[in-house]
Design a protein around this ligand. Structure first.
Ligand code: ARG
Length: 458
C-alpha cells in the first residue's frame, strides 16, 4: 500500500476497514488516462511558469509517461487510496523527491473535478457516435419500409394506417434530439477547474490559460469554490442518458409487442432471441426486455447524483466521490444498450403482409370518411357523428368500411359520391397525408432526406 498523501498529520495509519470504505481506486482507476493527461499539462505549466525548473517539469512528465506505458503493458493499478494517490506514489517511487513536486499549486479537489470533466467529455463523444450509428440503421429500415404500410396506434388501439418509414423516422427524430443533448452537455462541461486548488485558488503564479489550451478546454472556471464542488455536468450527462434510455425503452416495448404472436409484425432472428428452460416452444425477447429494464437503473443513477448534490455545503465534500460509480455504470449501460439495439434493428425482418392486413383492420380509415364529408361542406363534428354511426353499422353487420357499397354510404349521408369507395382504402388514406411530417410516401422520403442531412451535420 502506498503512503497516504495526507499521513503527516496523523499518528497512526487509517484502520483497514476505514481504508476499504474510504478508497475509490477500485472504481476511479478508470480515470487513469485522463488523470495522467491533466498531470502532464499541470507539470508542463509549472515548468513554463518557473514554479518548477524545466528539468524538474520534464522529469515529472517523463515519469508520468513511463507509468502510462507500464499500465498499458499490464501493470496493475492497486495499493492506493485513489487514482491520484496511485499516480503520485508511482511517480515518487520512480523518480524520487522531484516527483513530490507535482502536487504544487493543485489539490485533489481540482484534480478530480478536472479528471471527471475530461472523462465525461470523452463519454459524450462515445454516446454521440453510438447514437449516430443507431440512426444510420434506422434510416436503412426506413428506406426499405417506404413501400409498406402498417397500423399506426394511439392508446395502443389502431388509429390510422401509416407508412412504415414514418415509424422508423419517428425514432430517428428522438435519437437526433438525444445527440443534440449530449453535444450541449459536452459544450457545457468543457470548462476547466484545474488551478482552483483546494477551494480558494492558489498563491503560485500559475498560468491557467496554458493548461486550458493543453487540455482542450474552451474556458477556465471563474470561481474556485464552485469549480471544485460542481458536478452539474455529471447530472446533465445522466439526464441525457436517462432520456436516451427512455426512447430506447419505448422502442423495446414496440419490439416486444410487434414480435409477439398476437401482432406478428416483426421477427427477431434466432441469434438475437432466447428460449425458455421449461417451455420448449418459447422464443423470448430478452434483449429488448433487458434494455427496458436497464432504463430504471439509469434513472436511479440520475436520482442518485441529484441527491448527492442536494444540500452540500460549499465547497468540496467527500460525498462527491459518489459521482463515479453511478456515472461509470451508466456509461457502460448506455453504450451497451445502444449497441445491442443497433445490432437488433439491423437484424429484424418485417412481415409486410401481416402489417398491411392489420392496417386494413379496425376501421382505420374512419377519419378519412369524416374528412371526406367535411371537405364536401359537412361541419367536421357532424361528419364525425355520421361516420361513427357507419362504424357502428359495420360492427353490427360484420363489415369493413372498404366492403360497404355506395348505397350503404349514401344511406348514412347523401353527400357521399362514388369516390368515397376509393377514399376508404388504406393506401389512398396514407398517400393523402402529404403534410410536412405526414405519412405519404413523398412526405416520409422528405423525412428520410432531412434526417440524413441533420445526421451528417452532427
Ligand atoms: N477520491 C476523491 C473523489 O473522488 C478524490 C478527491 C479527494 N479530495 C479530498 N479532499 N479528500 O472525490
Amino acid at each position: 500500500m502506498k503512503n497516504k498523501l495526507w499521513q503527516g498529520r496523523f499518528d497512526t495509519p487509517l484502520s483497514a476497514d476505514a481504508d476499504a470504505f474510504n478508497q475509490s481506486l477500485t472504481f476511479d482507476r478508470k480515470l487513469f488516462d485522463v488523470d495522467l493527461d491533466a498531470s502532464v499539462a499541470h507539470a508542463t505549466m509549472l515548468g513554463a511558469c518557473g514554479i518548477l525548473t524545466k528539468e524538474e517539469s520534464e522529469r515529472i512528465c517523463e515519469g508520468l509517461n513511463e507509468i502510462r506505458a507500464d499500465v498499458a503493458a499490464g501493470m496493475p493499478i492497486t495499493g492506493a487510496e485513489d487514482i491520484h494517490s496511485f499516480v503520485e506514489g508511482e511517480l515518487v517511487d520512480r523518480i524520487g523527491d522531484v516527483g513530490k513536486k507535482l502536487h504544487t499549486a493543485r489539490s485533489r479537489n481540482d484534480q478530480v473535478a478536472t479528471d471527471m470533466r475530461l472523462y465525461v467529455r470523452k463519454s459524450t463523444t462515445a454516446a454521440i457516435n453510438a447514437l449516430k450509428e443507431l440512426v444510420e440503421v434506422l434510416l436503412l429500415r426506413a428506406k426499405d419500409g417506404v413501400r409498406y404500410l402498417m397500423p399506426g396506434f394511439t392508446h395502443l388501439r389502431k388509429a390510422q394506417p401509416i407508412n412504415c418509414a414514418q415509424y422508423f423516422n419517428a425514432y430517428s427524430e428522438m435519437f437526433l434530439r438525444d445527440i443534440d443533448r449530449f453535444a450541449a452537455c459536452k459544450e457545457h462541461l468543457n470548462v476547466m477547474p484545474l488551478g482552483s486548488a483546494a477551494l480558494a485558488g492558489t498563491s503560485y503564479p500559475i498560468n491557467r490559460e496554458m493548461t486550458r489550451e493543453l487540455l482542450g478546454f474552451d474556458a477556465v472556471s471563474e470561481n474556485a469554490l464552485d469549480a471544485v464542488s460542481d458536478r452539474d455536468f455529471v447530472a446533465e450527462y445522466l439526464f441525457c442518458a436517462s432520456l436516451t434510455m427512455a426512447h430506447l425503452s419505448r422502442l423495446c416495448e414496440d419490439t416486444i409487442l410487434y414480435t409477439s404472436e398476437e401482432f406478428g409484425y416483426w421477427n427477431i432472428p434466432d441469434e438475437y432471441s432466447t428460449g425458455s428452460s421449461i417451455m420448449p416452444q418459447k422464443k423470448n425477447p430478452d434483449l429488448p426486455e433487458l434494455v427496458r429494464g436497464k432504463t430504471g437503473r439509469v434513472y436511479g443513477a440520475l436520482m442518485s447524483i441529484l441527491t448527492v448534490i442536494k444540500g452540500l455545503p460549499l465547497a468540496y465534500n467527500k460525498d462527491l466521490q459518489e459521482d463515479k460509480e453511478v456515472f461509470f455504470d451508466t456509461e457502460t449501460t448506455l453504450l451497451s444498450s445502444i449497441g445491442i439495439y443497433t445490432a437488433l434493428m439491423r437484424k429484424i425482418t418485417l412481415n409486410v403482409n401481416a402489417m398491411y392486413d392489420a392496417a386494413c383492420e379496425g376501421f382505420s380509415t374512419a377519419t378519412d370518411v369524416a374528412d371526406y364529408l367535411a371537405k364536401h361542406g359537412v361541419p367536421f363534428r357532424d361528419a364525425h357523428a355520421v361516420t361513427g354511426k357507419l362504424v357502428r353499422y359495420c360492427i353490427s353487420a360484420g363489415r369493413k368500411l372498404t366492403d360497404l357499397t355506395l348505397e350503404e354510404f349514401r344511406a348514412a349521408s347523401p353527400v357521399f359520391e362514388a369516390n368515397i369507395l376509393d377514399a376508404v382504402k388504406v393506401r389512398v388514406s396514407v398517400e393523402s397525408r402529404g403534410s410536412v411530417g405526414g405519412s405519404s410516401e413523398e412526405a416520409v422520403c422528405k423525412g428520410i432526406a432531412s434526417i440524413k442531412r441533420r445526421l451528417i451535420r452532427k
